[in-house]
Design a protein around this ligand. Structure first.
Ligand code: APR
Length: 339
């Protein structure tokens, strides 16, 4: 029996994400939580005759126990709660509002379902994931293997944009993206994971492609003309990342591998090597980084560190730029809780 809780389920990302989860046969119990509008979303989804059981909870329900009720017994918690980016707003501008929302939700998880896999979509992910980590530490319920920033959208975009420029089939590509989840912290490892297609591009095409992946979110913000940021593609990416866990086959010889933004905690296989490599390359002590990871229902089993070592010169330069910005983003998240 798998229970998934969606926190921020009535939002632009939360609604399509909840729909995709309602359609998934591997979800037995789907709990929707929000501060507004969630009864309508829940009632609407309830009419779909798939087997996932729906419950919906407002923060204000039952003297404020809505969050607890949503989280009770959850195996996986996915979090698109927050405010979206408006034109001219960077992800970091969102930080203060979303940081507070994330700290509250993290407290709820720490006290209600501390063993759950926690998948953070709320931006700025580079800083909100460290907020979750710090809150969990405070409550003595920090499981670094089980905390993820969802960066799958960067891989989705890296594949789609490469397919367009190289005239290849989007679904045939599986580009791994490392680093963080905003602007110049996003580093697609094209030379390692799409070498053939990458080799066919001119230098101008390469640079334009990398820039487009790094700032793909802005394309959507501008096109939506004030109506928000990426929702449908983000919901898809969040669902696909979560689905990886729902589909884990205990008898399979190999674990699935996906990129996600995780704590580089020494308890995780490959974390020490990744940190040491990043320190040597960039001079920074980096505590959170998106890497391709081998995943099981227990969380990250191992970081695929070797991919990093194979990055080409240009990608190594991108990692240096990433490290500089990312370190600041991480510190911002940590000091939001620690002061
Ligand atoms: N607890 C739960 N839900 C909350 C809370 C809270 N404390 N505060 C806000 N929400 C809900 C809102 O009520 C809304 O339904 O989160 C939802 C956010 O939805 P939208 O405003 O439509 O934003 P969306 O486009 O879905 O983006 C959500 O994901 O990618 C990020 O930058 C994006 O941080 C933003 C988040």
């Amino acid at each position: 029996m798998t229970k998934v809780a969606v926190l921020g389920a009535a939002g632009g990302i939360g609604q399509p994400l909840s729909l995709l989860l309602k359609l998934d046969d591997n979800v037995d119990d789907l709990a929707l939580f929000d501060v507004v509008n969630v009864p309508g979303v829940g009632a609407d989804l309830f009419h779909i005759n798939t087997d996932a059981k729906i419950s919906y909870h407002l923060k204000s329900d039952d003297n404020g126990t809505g969050l607890q009720n949503a989280l009770q017994g959850a195996d996986i918690v996915i979090i698109p709660a927050g405010v979206p980016r408006k034109p001219g707003m960077t992800r970091d501008d969102l930080f203060k509002i979303n940081g507070g929302i994330c700290a509250d939700l993290a407290t709820g998880i720490a006290t209600t379902c501390p063993e759950a896999l926690v998948m953070v979509i709320s931006n700025p992910v580079n800083s909100t994931v460290p907020i979750f980590a710090e809150v969990f530490k405070k409550h003595g319920s920090y499981h670094p293997k089980r905390l993820f920033g969802v960066t799958w959208l960067d891989s989705v975009r890296a594949n789609s944009f490469m397919a367009q420029v190289s005239n290849s089939i989007p679904s045939s590509l599986d580009v791994k993206v490392v680093g963080g989840h905003s602007g110049d912290t996003i580093v697609p490892l094209y030379s390692v994971t799409a070498a053939q297609e990458y080799g066919r591009l001119s230098e101008e095409q390469e640079s334009a492609l990398i820039h487009r992946v790094q700032f793909g979110g802005d394309e959507v913000v501008q096109a939506k003309q004030g109506a928000g940021s990426a929702t449908l593609s983000m919901a898809y990416a969040g669902y696909r990342f979560l689905r990886t866990f729902l589909e884990i086959d205990d008898d399979a010889e190999e674990l699935p591998v996906e990129s996600c933004y995780i704590p580089l905690d020494d308890s995780i296989k490959g974390a020490k090597e990744t940190k040491a490599y990043l320190k040597e390359l960039t001079g920074e002590d980096i505590e959170f980084f998106a890497m391709p990871c081998e995943l099981s229902f227990d969380g990250v089993e191992a970081i695929q560190f070797d991919l990093l070592k194979n990055a080409n010169e240009k990608e190594r330069e991108l990692i240096k730029v990433c490290a500089n910005t990312l370190t600041g983003n991480i510190n911002k998240g940590v000091s939001f809780i620690k002061g």
